[in-house]
Each structure stands twice: as structure tokens, then as C-alpha cells.
Design a protein around this ligand. Structure first.
Ligand code: ATP
Ligand code: MN
Length: 538
């Protein structure tokens, strides 16, 4: 193992072929914050947080995510547009180039781990070119104590060189940036992009292979929290549907906001040690816990702020995907360690920009499996003419870009676990009400929270004709009443005030579901197929 010394805060990287005598090791958040500012790579916001620009990339680049095809991965990975193969020899050559590039750089090294359950802990070493990326790693991964560091052996290594540009024709990449997983060498190689999310989602993708294949753990793209009665809730959903927002709940202890594993002991554990929240339009009034977590130690990405360091959270000039990362202890009400058992409720979050799905509905086991495989949400995309139209997005397991195995592997594991533990599964539309995007409005966060609290505390009642209405198109059970929510909001059709337009749009969505599901039809049994919409347009 490479000699490291937490006291002198330096480490030799000779074992990696990096000639640079000493690299910074295990610097404190304060030190990294200071160094970043001194180097002119960031500014301190009035909240005390460090504000940085991630450069050319302000989001992940799924088309530049590769997996090395070798003995370990060849037969197991679901190869295709999501999991793009990379040649082993090409990886070795590119790795050498990245190492040569890092040779004369001032580097920042951090030993950390993922998976809060000691039975599944995975030690990781991250080598960063930039100090603020290393602070991100401090925030987002789990933090070993001094005792742990004495004989720390890293299982996986992340090499993160944002300033290194690949040459596609020679290196075998698509363009100058890349994130490549090598399961034989246990290396995640990230270059040409400073977007920090690539680091965390790189390790997430690795775990999404390792845990189900070797450890019988179901990895999930979901957030989790636990109530006073010790009941755990999971929130699945694609980006922007509310995983971070809704799991951060003053009434419940936060377990984690993005990545969890469900063990054979029937407990869930967080993979991470921090949160990565969207901050576009963030307000203290609506999301006080996240707002207050933005203080010294946190990193704001790509926000716009004035000379006094006051951030304008409504400003999307740099990107709509403005973010903050903070260690989980910046949130007051947390579960320590980040593990929960007694899983009682699962929420599938979708931001339906068509505004046709009920704001909350209860799913049967068949519907739960169907919706998990479908992984629906909608995006709002502008067209050249300035017309804004919602576009469906289907992403299996609510996280296809991070799932190296075939989606049915995860779906079958989840179905089995849902049945064994008898959880309630809810579909929650955090998107539009009263019409599609452009006509209706986004569902009030206050209402979504009230619906979730009602579901969690059993206030939505038993599943009977008196308490629930079966949606004629989607077949899901829509509660007739919900404490804290006006009854009119519970029926999307009623909020439209235009049955014709409502059903036309609902059929458009049910057809999109059917079309998307075609690729899974041959894998899905009759039970799962029954979980789809009940009616389609012809
Ligand atoms: P990612 O996977 O990218 O981290 P996420 O699922 O964690 O995404 P959030 O960060 O929680 O998504 O983003 C949800 C966004 O939608 C927040 O900006 C939140 O303020 C906003 N929002 C508006 N209305 C609602 C609602 N009714 N429910 C949930 N979120 C809402
Ligand atoms: Mn999130």
C-alpha cells in the first residue's frame, strides 16, 4: 500500500506511476475551501459556502460513460447505448496518458468509503486534480475516522482529471471527456469534465454491478428516510422529481438522498455520506432544511452571485442544473448511521409535465413492477420556435444510466422484496396539475408533502371503493380525500376543466407507456404486463 501520513497530510503516489513526490492527503474541508479561493478557482458566498464553476460541463454526459469489456463484465453487462463497451487495451493506454498528465500537478488525495452498512463497506481512494473536487468527495462519500485510516486499503480508485482532454481518434473515446469503469482493475477514470456528479455516479454505477452480482443486495436510485415509529420510506424517481426535496423532511430522519442498497437482512443503507441538491429556485420558506445546509463546507455549483456573494437562486444563466453538495450532517434531523429497516412505504416520484397522472395514487404489486421497469417522468424541452412541449422520458428502474445489468434483474429483486415485506407502493406526480406545462402549474410542494405524510401515517385509508377511485386510463387507485389537500386537486381530470383535452392527453401518455414497454415485453410475465395502463387511444 502507498505510504500515507494523515499528520503531514501528504502521500506518495509512486505506486500509481505518478512521479510527483508528495500529494496533498486528507486535507480538511476548511483547507480545501481556502486553497480553492487562493487559486482563484472559487469564491465564498455570503452563506459561507464555496461557490465554484464546474466549467464546460454542468451535468453528466451519459454518452461518454464507458465500461471496459473484459472477462468480468463481458457476459453480465447489458451492453448498448447506456453501457457502452470500451476496450481493455485502450483503457490501459488512456490511463497511462492521464497519469503522465497528472505527474507534475499539485494533487489532492482522499481516502473514503461508500456503503454505510459495515457488512458492505467499500473503501475508495480518490485522486483529484482540483481542490474543490476533493472537497466534493469529502462531502459526498463516507468519512473514515483516524483509526480507519491507519491501515486503510482502498478497494476502488477514482482518478479525476478534469483538465485532461482525450483525443478521440487515438484514445477511443467519443469526444474529449470520458468516465470509464474498469471492474478488473477497480478503477473509475474520469477526464475532460469537471462536473462532480460524474465522480459520485461513477462509484454508484460500480456498486450497481457489484452489489447484486456478488452480495445479494438490491442497489436503488432512491432517497430514504425514517419516521418516529421506525418505519422506513423510499423515494424513487428520475432527476428533478423530488428525491432530495421530499426525503429532507423535518418530521422524519434523513437516511440519504440518492443511492441506497436493500439487503437480505431487509434493511436499507445509504451508499453516500452527503447530499447533492438542486438549488434552482430554492427558497428558505419552501425548503428551509436544504437552504440552511448551505453554509461553510458546502459547495455551490454554477450559481450566479453578486459582488457581496449573495446567490440569486432564480438565475439559470449558467445552467438549470445548479447544485449544492453538503455532508449529511448539515441536515439536522438525520439517522445515524444511515441505515433503516422496517420498510413500509415506497414512493415512485414522477414529474408528469402532461399533468394527467394523479398527484398520488396507490399501486398494486403488478402496477408497481410495471412502473418500476418503465421509470417514467417528463422533461420540458424548448423548441426552436420557442414553443415549449413536454417530452416523455422513460428510464428503467428510475435510473437506467447507472444500471450496468439488464433492468429486469433489478426489477425482479425489487418485486420479490416488495412482496416479502408487504410494502405499500405509491405513484406520486410532483409535476403538473390543472393542465400540461404551459397551461397548468407545478404541484404545490406543500400539497405533495401533505399527501406523502397522509400515505405514511395511514390516513389515506384502506383500499375500498369508498376511499379510492380507479383511474379509467391508468388503472391506478386515486384517493378521494387527503388531509391537508383540497379534494379537487386529487383528481387530475377535475383540475383540467376540460374532459376532452384531458383524455386526449392521458391517452397520449398511455400510448407512450405502451410503446416504451415493448422492449421489455418478452421479459415481462403476465403479472407485470397487467400493471400497465388500462386504456389506449387507437
Ligand atoms: P436528482 O436525481 O437530480 O438529484 P431529485 O429527484 O433529487 O433529482 P430534487 O433535487 O428533489 O430532485 O428536485 C426537485 C425540484 O422540484 C426541486 O427544485 C423542488 O423545489 C422542485 N419542486 C417543485 N414542486 C415540487 C413538488 N410538488 N414536489 C417535489 N419537488 C418539487
Ligand atoms: Mn437528488
Amino acid at each position: 500500500m502507498t505510504a500515507s501520513d494523515p499528520k503531514t497530510k501528504s502521500i506518495s503516489l509512486k505506486d500509481y506511476g505518478i512521479k510527483n513526490e508528495r500529494a496533498h492527503y486528507q486535507l480538511t474541508p476548511d483547507e480545501l475551501h481556502e486553497i480553492t479561493i487562493k487559486k482563484g478557482m472559487g469564491r465564498e458566498a455570503s452563506s459561507g459556502a464555496l461557490a465554484v464553476s464546474t466549467g464546460e460541463f454542468t451535468g453528466r454526459s451519459p454518452m461518454d460513460r464507458f465500461i471496459v469489456k473484459d472477462e468480468i463484465t463481458e457476459d453480465k453487462i447489458w451492453w448498448g447505448k447506456i453501457n457502452i463497451p470500451f476496450e481493455s487495451d485502450k483503457f490501459d493506454a488512456l490511463y497511462d496518458k492521464v497519469i503522465a498528465y497528472l505527474n507534475d500537478k499539485e494533487l489532492f488525495v482522499r481516502d473514503c468509503y461508500s456503503c454505510a452498512d459495515p457488512d458492505y463497506r467499500m473503501n475508495i481512494r480518490v485522486i483529484n486534480e482540483y481542490p474543490w473536487s476533493n472537497l466534493f468527495v469529502y462531502n459526498m462519500f463516507l468519512r473514515p475516522d483516524e483509526e480507519d485510516l491507519k491501515d486503510f486499503e482502498a478497494e476502488w480508485t477514482v482518478i479525476n482529471a478534469p483538465g485532461f482532454y482525450a483525443e478521440p481518434e487515438i484514445d477511443g473515446t467519443r469526444q474529449h471527456n470520458f468516465a470509464i469503469l474498469n471492474f478488473s482493475k477497480k478503477i473509475a477514470l474520469v477526464g475532460g469534465t469537471g462536473y462532480t456528479g460524474e465522480i459520485k455516479k461513477g462509484i454508484f454505477s460500480a456498486l450497481n454491478f457489484i452489489l447484486p452480482v456478488y452480495k445479494e443486495v438490491l442497489p436503488m436510485h432512491c432517497s430514504a428516510n425514517i419516521g418516529e415509529a421506525g418505519d422506513t420510506a423510499l423515494f424513487f424517481g428520475l432527476s428533478g422529481t423530488g428525491k432530495t426535496t421530499l426525503s429532507t423532511d423535518p418530521l422524519r430522519k434523513l437516511i440519504g438522498d440518492d443511492e441506497h442498497g436493500w439487503t437480505k437482512k431487509n434493511s436499507v443503507f445509504n451508499f453516500e455520506g452527503g447530499c447533492y441538491a438542486k438549488v434552482i429556485d430554492l427558497s428558505e420558506e419552501k425548503e428551509p432544511e436544504i437552504y440552511q445546509a448551505i453554509k461553510k463546507g458546502a459547495i455551490l455549483e454554477n450559481v450566479v452571485m453578486d459582488d457581496a456573494g449573495v446567490v440569486d437562486y432564480t438565475d439559470s444563466t449558467v445552467t438549470q442544473n445548479t447544485r449544492v453538495s453538503y455532508p449529511i450532517y448539515h441536515i439536522e434531523n438525520i439517522q445515524e448511521p444511515s441505515i433503516g429497516d422496517n420498510i413500509k412505504n415506497i414512493f415512485f416520484l414522477t414529474a408528469d409535465a402532461f399533468g394527467v397522472l394523479p398527484p398520488i395514487s396507490k399501486l398494486t404489486p403488478s402496477q408497481a413492477a410495471y412502473h418500476f421497469i418503465s421509470g417514467y417522468t417528463a422533461k420540458v424541452a424548448g423548441t426552436e420556435a420557442g414553443v415549449v412541449e413536454p417530452v416523455t422520458e422513460f428510464s428503467a428502474c428510475f435510473g437506467a444510466p447507472f444500471m450496468p445489468l439488464h433492468p429486469t434483474v433489478y426489477a425482479e429483486m425489487l418485486s420479490k422484496k416488495m412482496k416479502e415485506s408487504g410494502v405499500n407502493v405509491w405513484l406520486v406526480n410532483t409535476g403538473w396539475t390543472g393542465g400540461p406545462y404551459g397551461v397548468g402549474t407545478r404541484m404545490k410542494l406543500k400539497y405533495t408533502r401533505a399527501m406523502i405524510h397522509a400515505a405514511l401515517s395511514g390516513k389515506l385509508g384502506l383500499y375500498t371503493y369508498d376511499t379510492y377511485h380507479i383511474h379509467s386510463v391508468f388503472g391506478v387507485a386515486q384517493p378521494r380525500e387527503c388531509p391537508g389537500v383540497p379534494t379537487s386537486v386529487l383528481s387530475p381530470r377535475a383540475t383540467w376543466n376540460n374532459d376532452d383535452a384531458y383524455y386526449k392527453t392521458a391517452f397520449k401518455l398511455s400510448n407512450a407507456f405502451r410503446h416504451n414497454f415493448k422492449k421489455f415485453e418478452s421479459y415481462a410475465n403476465e403479472e407485470i404486463r397487467r400493471g400497465g395502463p388500462q386504456r389506449y387511444a387507437f
